[in-house]
Design a protein around this ligand. Sequence first.
Ligand SMILES: Cc1ncc(COP(=O)(O)O)c(C=O)c1O
Length: 370
Amino acid sequence: MDVASLEPRLLLGPGPSPVSERIRTAMAQPTLGHLDPQFLALLDDVNARLRLLFGTRNRTTFPLSGTGSAGMEAAMVNLIAPGDRVLVGVNGVFGTRLAEMGRRMGAEVVTIEAPWGEPIPEEQVIEALQAHPDARLLAIVHAETSTGVHQPLAEIGRFMRDGETLLVVDAVTSLGGTPVEVDAIGIDVCYSGTQKCLGVPPGLAPITFSERALERVRTRGGPPTSWYLDVSLIAGYLGAERRYHHTAPINLIYGLHESLVEIGEEGLEARYDRHAEAGALLRDELGERGFTPFTREGARLPQLTALHLPDGRDEGPLRKRLLEEHGIEVGGGLGPVAGKIWRIGLMGEGARPETVRQLVDAVDAILDGG
Ligand SMILES: Cc1ncc(COP(=O)(O)O)c(C=O)c1O
């Protein structure tokens, strides 16, 4: 077996998404040292471009080494001390994961729950905040990849703006595909992942910390239990001192830089529109073929569409044929919806009408073939 003989796939699952030739070429450039002034200048540029994408002026904005789950854990571990009460929105896999992380950190986790496939009503979140004014943070998922739900945040952010509870938002699947307005909403820590709407391979978690969040870290009375994810230590490398903490994943950061340059060239509005249009086209085309949306109108993400198959068809064998006969990957359901739905990601490079057509042609072929 060798890497050069692997069959390419069209990645239309919940991530990773297709990686453009341009990004792959950038990643193949010669590796520099993590303290080389050229690399440090590139990293500074990545951080500046991430600020634009997150919609923030936060100084501490950077690509954390590790996948989206490292971003989740960094947000939680820096802010939580054992015994803290924390609120977590749970309506799918990733809210469940956040709650589990909080428990492992010794927090008293209070979940705010909604059925899978539904956003958590903002009033319900605000009621929980009112019931627990001592909560140290509220963590909530903006784009629930397990169901395709888009969580509204504006009212929650407005309510929390002057309070003591910090707002942590998971934007792993939203960043680069739908607007994530960190400062406008009043988010304190927001993290993402490179393998979704940014179109870069997995391995980095862009993350941003507000001054309020950093103040909480400074005054927490003892360091966080994770050394690797301690934002105060990482900040020593990002700032003027350039203090060694760990060796940055140089070539992945080249890839992220190229993606952020591409995004700058395309323009944020054009990129969000492209994702919205591709998602709408997919729903129309598959709707005509008898697929029915799992998530109701008004709550759907364009970049991740969850659907029931036509006529109660068994999803697993059809998904396997799509991969084996057409080289197209889509995702199945997780947890309570395992075996019941397809999850189709149109993220980054994948969010194009020609991709939708390619998928629809392949779906026609496998449905016609029984
Ligand atoms: C919403 C959300 N949060 C967190 C994660 C975890 O990211 P990773 O799998 O990159 O660790 C994912 C991954 O799919 C996700 O979709």
